[in-house]
Write a protein that binds this ligand. Sequence first.
Ligand code: SF4
Length: 432
Amino acid sequence: MSSCKFFFRTLGCKVNQYETEAMQKLFEAAGYTAAEEISAADIVVVNTCTVTAVSSQKSRQMIRHAAGVNPNAVLVVVGCYAQSEPRVVEKISGVDVIIGTKDRARIVELVGQALANRGEKIFRVGNVDDIRTFEELPHAPHRTRAFLKIEDGCNNFCAYCIIPHVRGRVRSRSLESIRAECLALKAAGYKEIVLTGIHIGAYGRDLKGVTLVDAVKTVLDAANPLRLRLGSIESAEMTDELIALLKTDVRLCNHVHLPLQSGSDEILRAMRRPYTTKNFSELTARLVDAVPEISIGTDLIVGFPGETDENFSETLDFISKQPFSKIHVFPYSARPGTPAASMPNQIPPPLKKSRAADALTISRLKAKIFSKRLIGRTVEIIAETSERGIVDGLTKNYVRVYVPDDGIELGAVVTVRVEKIFRDGVFGIHIA
Ligand code: SF4
């Protein structure tokens, strides 16, 4: 039983959020308790991200900030940036423990070593290319919507992406392990489960005769959630069977996130993306036809090396014609060790910035058009957070709804009559 207190700071994706919740559970199981604030902790953990140059910079800033506000704590740096630049992290003053993306399950043991040998650096960053099994971590969600990690790694090596280099090859979680966690989520009363992973469309590739559809059916069967939401999925892996499930099973949220990355076939080839704009638009048309009110979100990289004005206007033209409800826009960010980082014709930052602004204008317009469709209608949300007298939550098709807090219980299903566009979503009146 330890009297030590821990505190986590997390950057990055849903998978990182899930892994933070899992590492917190490991500390709690070992008798540690969570500190309310960073300055009160004996152990500070920064779970890092390196998907863009900005997230790497934010990771370094967060590490230095932690070392500054609590120099006496054991400072642990874990995750994708630690995996990508371990020697840089090692040199940051105050860092005691460095763990990559391989041995999160050993974090309590490694911190124990650091506590016992203050001043000694614990370095645990291995080669991710030889990881073959999914790292099982205990998990207890800390939010209304439960993230459920089912897969790690990626085999695609898109030309701009650092993730396969820091997360390794595809590893799928066994259906038995998924079922076990679903039974726990059901017992805990979670109404919405979000399937997440680094590349969920590749789920099962390393397991014989198993696919993402099997994982989806396992969750629906074991947890029988009110809602099951799919995390980001590659368009090339949105199978007929998955679309049929989206169409027929009302528990599956009518919301998908399909990274497009570019609306120019020439740039998609340079990115080594496994589809064309024709494939992509045929898929979105099928989804809109098959699944009522479906919301389709996407990611877009602007300013990829070699992207001409013509390529970019093709992209703007393409995205403006797609039934998107949200477009996340990323100015291209060169990642160390990726093919695109050494490609000729790198786009100057000011041009990347103006292209991002143009794409964001379309994104905002599309989000508004999609949200506006709800005005005057009644929708259901799961109350997620309450702030300054306003509760918010998501519709099944991923519109954020804000409603006055008249004593709404967080986690409850709330019926709202939508009145107007508000912030990044809509505002409404609580009717049941
Ligand atoms: S599919 Fe491509 S973009 Fe997605 S994680 Fe894999 S390499 Fe990165």
